[in-house]
Design a protein around this ligand. Structure first.
Ligand code: NAP
Length: 293
């Protein structure tokens, strides 16, 4: 069994990005600039945004954090997004989700200029991805593809089972793995809460992507010998064994599944750090006008 070290790979990619930013600076080019919008003060969202700002600093990007009170109206938030859209110094814009219930998430995502939508959530980017046109690919699926690529894991002709059909993970990763591409050409089965005989379907999988958000859901009985297992799930459970009183648990029962696998990602340290670095990669692409000219 080989552990897929997302932390290590993400650090390598960050070093590659930092090197490129240094070169851009040397020739007086445009320094990539990411703007993040945070509405309210949800603890987890605060942490995620702080990580994104820190990542930008680490690679030499400029970042701007725009904070708004949870009481902001949908109209006011849309106005703020339009201001960022019009600001030519800002290359990428993310709105940290979830946002308060009185604001339509779909409307907010659709207000972001697709050319600055480095989260890849805008329907235009999703649609372009599906038909294989250049697009921003959302961070988690992009990170998974990069891990498979860098570990040279064969996907062509393989049976791949994705558990979960969310817009941000399950659907895009299923689509990407089925595409005619270097990390693609797989035969993909996308499963969800209404799927029947999930255990049987998983047992036929060469590659399992677990993205359902149910801690330790995937057991050894669901995994065939030699399979590749990518654990996307992150659930924060209380723990009396850690200093901060909680631990992060994936969707895979790691201790019993790992011995059966050829490759497996841990939680934490697998897909999570890759998600963070993918956002930086998209921001760099935007600054270079590599997707939309
Ligand atoms: P989500 O929107 O809640 O979607 C969960 C999906 O899992 C749904 O499609 C649901 O089916 C399916 N599901 C739920 N129970 C199931 C079951 N018993 N059997 C089969 N399918 C089942 O979740 P998400 O946003 O995709 O996130 C999934 C997990 O990944 C969460 O733990 C999240 O925290 C984590 N995550 C991690 C990263 C990272 O960077 N590592 C990034 C994003 C998300 P239905 O559609 O039928 O309801």
């Amino acid at each position: 069994m080989q552990l897929i070290d997302g932390k290590l790979i993400s650090e390598q990619i960050k070093a590659e990005i930092a090197k490129e930013v240094k070169l851009i600076k040397e020739v007086g080019g445009k320094i990539p600039h990411l703007a993040a919008i945070l509405v309210g003060n949800d603890g987890a969202s605060e942490t995620y945004v702080a990580h994104k700002v820190k990542d930008c600093e680490q690679v030499g990007f400029t970042s701007t954090l725009l904070r708004f009170d949870a009481s902001i109206t949908e109209e006011m938030l849309i106005t703020e997004i339009k201001k960022v859209n019009a600001n030519s110094d800002i290359d990428g814009l993310i709105v940290q989700l979830p946002i308060p219930k009185h604001i339509s998430e779909a409307k907010i995502i659709e207000t972001i200029d697709p050319a600055k939508d480095v989260d890849g959530f805008h329907p235009i980017n999703m649609g372009r991805m599906v038909i294989g046109l250049p697009s921003y690919i959302s961070a988690t699926p992009a990170g998974i593809i990069e891990l498979l690529r860098r570990y040279k894991i064969q996907t062509a002709g393989k049976n791949c089972v994705v558990i979960g059909r969310s817009n941000i993970v399950g659907k895009p990763i299923s689509n990407l793995l089925a595409q005619k591409s270097d990390v693609g050409d797989a035969t993909v089965t996308m499963c969800h809460s209404r799927t029947q005989n999930l255990e049987e379907i998983c047992l036929r999988a060469d590659i399992i992507i677990a993205a359902l958000g149910k801690p330790e859901f995937v057991t050894a009985a669901m995994v065939k010998e030699g399979a590749v297992v990518i654990d996307v799930g992150i659930t924060r459970l209380t723990s009396d064994k850690t200093k901060n009183g909680f631990k992060l648990v994936g969707d895979v029962k790691f201790n019993e599944v790992a011995p059966k696998c050829s490759f497996i990602t841990p939680v934490p340290g697998g897909v999570g750090p890759m998600t963070r670095v993918s956002l930086l990669q998209n921001t760099l692409l935007s600054a270079k006008k590599a997707i939309y000219c």
